[in-house]
Design a protein around this ligand. Structure first.
Ligand code: SAM
Ligand code: SF4
Length: 330
């Protein structure tokens, strides 16, 4: 697909055709299966200053929490008791969870459960990535947020585009199923830069690609900026599906936050993964990366049941598999 064709679809030339084709591509690879992932957001502490994110270090107004090792493992145990085959351990870039601690948690989860473990802890360096892989971590999600070097520098002060990209490459070299992706509609992005992002992220040869809309957080430098258009995020997901028929693509929680039935529409646009928070209820709403995040009061059981019911209501199947990458390697 050419850049001009991508731009035309991003501008909405034919959403019906685009989404129908994206669904057909998903079905060719995954059949009726939709994969489920429970996310344990174990720390809202972060050393970074991303201009879009409520967890950024300078934000003194949010309540910070850090789950203990036992609390993290209890949350994973609960997920396993609900027959959820994948856990995502996510957090701010919080070095107080040292390399050994994260490694021990991964090892314990792998010993206790037949479960895939995804980590999403930011840039922690080759040594850490390598150790966690040795401990059994299966996947790692490290979003570039944009593939445009000059936009990147306006988003993540003090961070280096090349270092993050090298991080993605390192994860791939270590044998992780590597995930990355972008936020759509961030300040400075244009339809043209998004088309470039779609092509560049495709060229990374990833196992998972996430694209969700920007949701402004009032306690950040981007707090007064316009939010990302959910329809543009859906078109981006559908185009990613056409260009990457075998990758895992989640219907993001940001989509659900900005549009009723956003997750359902994400699946209709070619997504094959539902991710939802199973962070303990006492702290869940404090993982405040954007307003509206994690506000649902329900238990993990209800969350998982709701996700399964949504999938069934669409004539699809909540998969019990580990939901590994279908991208051919090697
Ligand atoms: N700290 C790790 C990192 O940044 O890679 C992982 C946690 S971070 C909260 C997970 C993702 O949240 C980021 O990759 C980013 O895409 C998303 N995010 C943060 N703030 C957002 C916002 N205001 N709107 C939409 N997505 C946002
Ligand atoms: Fe920290 Fe991740 Fe938020 Fe950036 S996006 S401030 S690294 S939690």
């Amino acid at each position: 697909m050419t850049k001009e064709e991508i731009i035309a679809f991003l501008e909405g030339v034919d959403d019906l055709w685009l989404f129908a084709l994206a669904q057909a591509r998903r079905t060719e690879t995954f059949g009726t299966d939709i994969y489920l992932r429970g996310i344990v957001e174990f720390s809202s502490v972060c050393r970074c200053q991303c201009n879009y994110c409520g967890l950024r270090a300078p934000n003194a107004e949010i309540h910070r929490y850090q789950l203990t090792e036992d609390e993290i493992l209890d949350a994973v145990d609960e997920l396993a008791s609900l027959n959820l085959p994948t856990v995502v351990l996510q957090g701010g870039e919080d070095p107080s969870y040292d390399v050994a601690t994260i490694g021990r948690i991964v090892r314990t989860v792998k010993a206790r459960h037949h479960m895939a473990v995804t980590l999403s802890l930011g840039e922690r360096g080759r040594e850490a990535f390598s150790h966690w892989r040795d401990c059994g971590a299966d996947r790692y999600l490290l979003k570039m947020e944009t593939m445009d070097r000059s936009i990147y520098t306006t988003l993540r002060p003090g961070c280096d585009f090349d270092a993050r990209l090298a991080g993605v490459r390192t994860l791939q070299a270590l044998g992780y199923e590597a995930g990355s992706g972008m936020i759509t509609g961030l300040p400075g992005m244009t339809i043209e830069s998004l088309a470039d992002d779609i092509l560049a992220v495709t060229a990374l040869d990833l196992d998972m690609i996430s694209a969700g809309p920007f949701v402004p957080h009032p306690q950040t430098p981007f707090g007064a900026e316009a939010g990302g258009d959910p329809q543009l995020a859906l078109r981006t997901m559908a185009l990613l599906r056409l260009l990457n028929p075998k990758v895992n693509i989640p219907a993001t929680s940001a989509l659900e936050t900005v549009r009723a039935e956003g997750r359902k529409q994400g699946i209709d646009a070619g997504a094959n993964v539902l991710m939802f928070s199973v962070t303990p209820a006492a702290v869940r709403k404090n993982y405040a990366i954007y307003p509206g995040k994690n506000q649902e009061p329900q238990t993990a059981f209800q969350t998982v049941e709701n996700a399964r019911e949504l999938i069934r209501s669409m004539g699809l199947v909540p998969s019990m598999s580990l939901g590994g990458s279908k991208v051919a390697r090697g």
